[in-house]
Structures are given as structure tokens and as C-alpha cells.
Design a binder for this molecule. Structure first.
Ligand code: PLP
Length: 285
């Protein structure tokens, strides 16, 4: 089946889907994006993703070029046309096409909208979760507003590549004080020896992950102990469990950090249980 992409008002064969060379996303990374999970053909947590999108756009003063209900129709139609049962939908909005000049173009420049969707190999993903993943740590070198989900991801790209070259699946950024901020495309969590869940508080130094937010509801509901605070790399090395969260990976156990086994080196019981229970707390429409 050939893939279909939505580009600025039209559904096009994926292979022919293009934006102009002077799109500001291409020229300046001047845009934002969202990645939503699709489960059983349905969008997971659409409302929260759309709220975050609206916030990212507002922070960068990019206008939403259509209403949210219209955008929702496009997301669902892209999922339908690509027959996505279990996978992701990707949405990108840039400041649009204009003659190259760093300052904003004229206010009537129409933002560009691109939507793609694809299936994920569910059983491969479950196999990875059953084994757990390795992470490495890298120095934090991103701009101080990573709470905005901008397409400007060069440090994240380099960090993920460093992880891959080290035989790991994710890289955790570590700030100047030696504390983990988040992963290159995930939020970072540990479970301390006395069973407390720890993840960094949401400020400008991490992305407010939707999966992270849903998990907080779950933890509250199940009466699990949570501390929203930074944790150091040493704390992570000594943790009983570690895991990462994102829309595409849900809860993914971490079994090695910088080559050292976490806990007994196998996926943690808590991380595995949270992965299993996650969708009871996420919204599907
Ligand atoms: N942190 C970063 C840097 C990310 O890129 C992502 C997801 O892409 C996340 C955290 C997790 O966010 P979410 O749970 O909304 O997918």
C-alpha cells in the first residue's frame, strides 16, 4: 500500500509530497511538531497534544492556519488513508514560505502544515520492551527553551547518533550540575532503592511529555510515590529501575546506563507494570 501525506491542503502520495525550498522550517527550523500515538486506529491523547501544539505555536508566534477541529479531521483522515492501526501520526507546522530573511515574514504568510502517519511493528516494539534498552549520558547542549516542541533538533539528532554508535537506544542529556534533564526524544525516570519514582519537574529544561503527564495521573491513582525533581547521573546508576516515556515508546524500561546495569540488569517490575497499565489512563477518541 502506498503512503499518503497531507501537505498544505492536499493529500499526496508520500514519495511526491514536498514543501518549497524557502519554507522556513527547511531554512531556519522555524516550526513546531507533534507526534501522537495511534492505537487500534485511534488517536491517543489528542486533546493534550493539541493543547501542547497550541502552546508551542503561541510561544513562537506562529499562527494556527486552520481551526483545531479542522486539524483533527486532517489527522484522522491521514491515519485512515494510511490504514494505521498501531503507530504514530506526525504533524509539523512551520512559519511558511517566504524570501529568506531571519526576521518574521509578513503576517499574511501562510504557515505550512504537513501530516504523515505510519504503522509501527508492534511485536518488535514489545520485544524491545521485554529486553529493555541501554542509554548513554551526554552533556546538555540545547537551547534553554526545550519546553517548546520545535523542529530544531540538531543536538537531539547528534545525541541519538552518539547513542546508536555506543550500541544504545537513547541518550540522556545531563546539565552542568550533573543532573539528567531528559532523553533526546523521551522523558527520563528512575525508581529509587526505596521505591520512589523520580522524574524532573516541568520547567523550560524539558519537554512536558504527554506520556509523562498521563503517567502522573496513573501514579496518583495507584498511590505510588512520586518526586518531581532533578536526579543526578550517580542516582541513576544506583537506581533500582529506570525507564523512558514517549508517545511512540509508551513506557520503555532502561536496563543499562553508560554500560552499567540498572538494578539486576533486567526490565524493572514497576516499569513493566506501568507499561501494561498505561492505556487505561490515556484518552482514545
Ligand atoms: N522529550 C523530548 C525531547 C521529546 O522529543 C519527546 C517526544 O518526542 C518527549 C520528551 C516525550 O514526549 P511525549 O510523551 O509527548 O511523546
Amino acid at each position: 500500500m502506498s503512503r499518503i501525506a497531507y501537505v498544505n491542503g492536499r493529500y499526496r502520495p508520500h514519495r511526491d509530497a514536498t514543501v518549497h525550498i524557502e519554507d522556513r522550517g527547511y531554512q531556519f527550523s522555524d516550526g513546531v511538531y507533534e507526534v501522537c500515538e495511534v492505537k487500534d486506529g485511534r488517536l491517543v491523547d489528542e486533546r493534550r497534544h493539541m493543547e501542547r501544539l497550541r502552546r508551542s505555536l503561541a510561544e513562537l508566534r506562529i499562527r494556527l492556519p486552520m481551526t483545531l477541529p479542522a486539524l483533527s479531521v486532517v489527522l484522522h483522515e491521514t491515519i485512515r488513508r494510511n490504514r494505521v492501526d498501531w503507530g504514530i501520526v506526525y504533524l509539523q507546522i512551520t512559519r511558511g514560505v517566504a524570501r529568506r530573511d531571519h526576521a518574521f515574514p509578513s503576517p499574511d504568510t501562510r504557515p505550512s502544515v504537513v501530516v504523515t502517519a505510519r504503522n509501527h511493528d508492534r511485536s518488535a516494539n514489545e520485544r524491545i520492551a521485554a529486553d529493555g534498552i541501554a542509554v548513554i549520558t551526554v552533556p546538555e547542549n540545547r537551547w534553554p527553551r526545550v519546553d517548546i516542541k520545535s523542529v530544531s533538533l540538531l543536538p537531539n539528532v547528534l545525541a541519538k547518533q552518539a547513542a546508536r554508535e555506543a550500541g544504545a537506544k537513547e541518550a540522556w542529556f545531563v546539565d552542568a550540575a550533573g543532573r539528567v534533564t531528559e532523553g533526546s526524544s523521551t522523558n527520563a525516570w528512575i525508581v529509587t532503592r526505596d521505591g520512589k519514582l523520580v522524574t524532573r519537574q516541568t520547567d523550560h529544561a524539558i519537554l512536558r511529555g504527554i506520556t509523562r503527564t498521563v503517567l502522573l495521573d496513573l501514579l496518583k491513582d495507584q498511590g505510588l510515590r512520586l518526586e518531581e525533581r532533578p536526579f543526578s547521573v550517580e542516582e541513576a546508576y544506583a537506581a533500582r529501575e529506570a525507564f523512558v516515556t514517549s508517545a511512540s515508546q509508551i513506557v520503555m524500561p532502561v536496563v543499562r546506563i553508560d554500560g552499567r546495569p540498572v538494578g539486576n540488569g533486567a526490565p524493572g517490575l514497576l516499569a513493566s507494570a506501568l507499561r501494561r497499565d498505561f492505556h487505561k489512563y490515556a484518552d482514545s477518541v
